[in-house]
Design a binder for this molecule. Structure first.
Ligand code: CP
Ligand code: NVA
Length: 307
């Protein structure tokens, strides 16, 4: 049987997300009580990083450990990947030795090729195109604070990057409205946006229009990993796309602010917003741990009775 992967948000269905959100809540509560729960004893997670990470590495490593398994950190510098071993061969070999794999890399195509040669589930820990584990945690965080996200409006201000692309997939599956506002030249790629109905995706030239009446405002760095050569140009191009207190005031009164982190205070968001009362960024980061534990448990063991 083919393993189940999580390479893009749309790899799972609505009902599977409903299950994962319930399960994350339960695992979070158990963790808070320090209850030992180790369904993955004897299992190994291989984590392959071709880009830097704080949250993704720590949440997967700590999460696997808490579930009773072992997490193995690999990077392209120390492995034969750095010397040109084909990703397909690496997948064939690693997936005969471990039970589940998490990869952070560049093009989505790399992870897709790995998965097609893997005997075990593969999780996308960020590619140039997508960051599905982030949005899993973000939506769980929204639900914790405000209840269901169905029918709500999320405003994305900034770059139409991997995190934005993943919000777009989530809007369709979980039935909420996504407002996207990017500077000219950084718009959502037409082939990504064209299959959307306006109830799930609306693009705005002016970020203030996108923010109006939103339930959640969110943004990300102006320069993602791998695009560092463009940083100076981007700093100029994105200057009017900073989330500030004025923009927050246009959103609903009880709107939340999220950022996947790491943040550059004073660039994509004013310090007063990210450190202010509407910001839930620390819960958002913590929830990477709980949602990914639920995800690994699901990919390896399937649905567990929620008790
Ligand atoms: N948000 C996120 O993925 O953070 P890291 O790059 O630190 O893993
Ligand atoms: N868009 C950012 C997210 C970092 C977690 C990047 O790809 O660098």
């Amino acid at each position: 049987m083919k393993p189940k992967h999580f390479l893009q948000f749309k790899d799972l269905e609505h009902s599977e997300f409903e299950y994962l959100f319930q399960r994350s809540k339960l695992l979070k509560a158990r963790h808070a009580k320090r209850e030992l729960y180790q369904p993955l004893r004897g299992r190994t997670l291989a984590m392959l990083f071709e880009k830097n990470s704080t949250r993704t590495r720590v949440s997967f490593e700590a999460g696997m450990n808490q579930l009773g398994g072992y997490a193995l950190y690999l990077n392209s510098r120390d492995t034969q990947l750095g010397r040109g071993e084909p990703i397909e061969d690496v997948a064939e070999v690693i997936s005969r030795m471990v039970d589940i794999v998490m990869i952070r890399t560049f093009e989505q195509e790399i992870i897709e090729r790995f998965a097609s040669h893997s005997r075990v589930p593969v999780i996308n820990g960020l590619t140039d195109e997508y960051h599905p584990c982030q949005i899993l945690a973000d939506i769980f965080t929204y639900i914790e604070h405000r209840g269901s996200i169905k029918g709500k409006t999320v405003a994305w201000i900034g770059d139409s990057n991997n995190v934005c692309n993943t919000w777009m997939q989530a809007a369709k599956i979980l039935d909420f409205n996504l407002h996207v506002s990017t500077p000219p030249g950084y718009e959502v790629e037409p082939e990504r946006g064209e299959s959307f109905e306006s109830m799930h995706l609306e693009c705005f030239a002016d970020p203030h229009d996108a923010a109006k009446d939103a339930d959640l405002l969110t943004t990300d760095v102006w320069t993602s990993m791998g695009y560092e050569d463009e940083a100076d140009e981007r700093n100029q191009d994105f200057a009017d796309f900073r989330v500030d207190r004025e923009m927050m005031k246009l959103a609903k009164k009880d709107a939340l602010f999220m950022h996947c982190l790491p943040v550059h205070r004073g660039q994509e968001v004013e310090a007063e917003v990210i450190d202010g009362p509407q910001s839930v960024v620390w819960d958002e980061a913590e929830n990477r741990l709980h949602t990914q534990k639920a995800l690994m448990e699901y990919l390896l063991l399937g649905r567990i009775n929620n008790s």
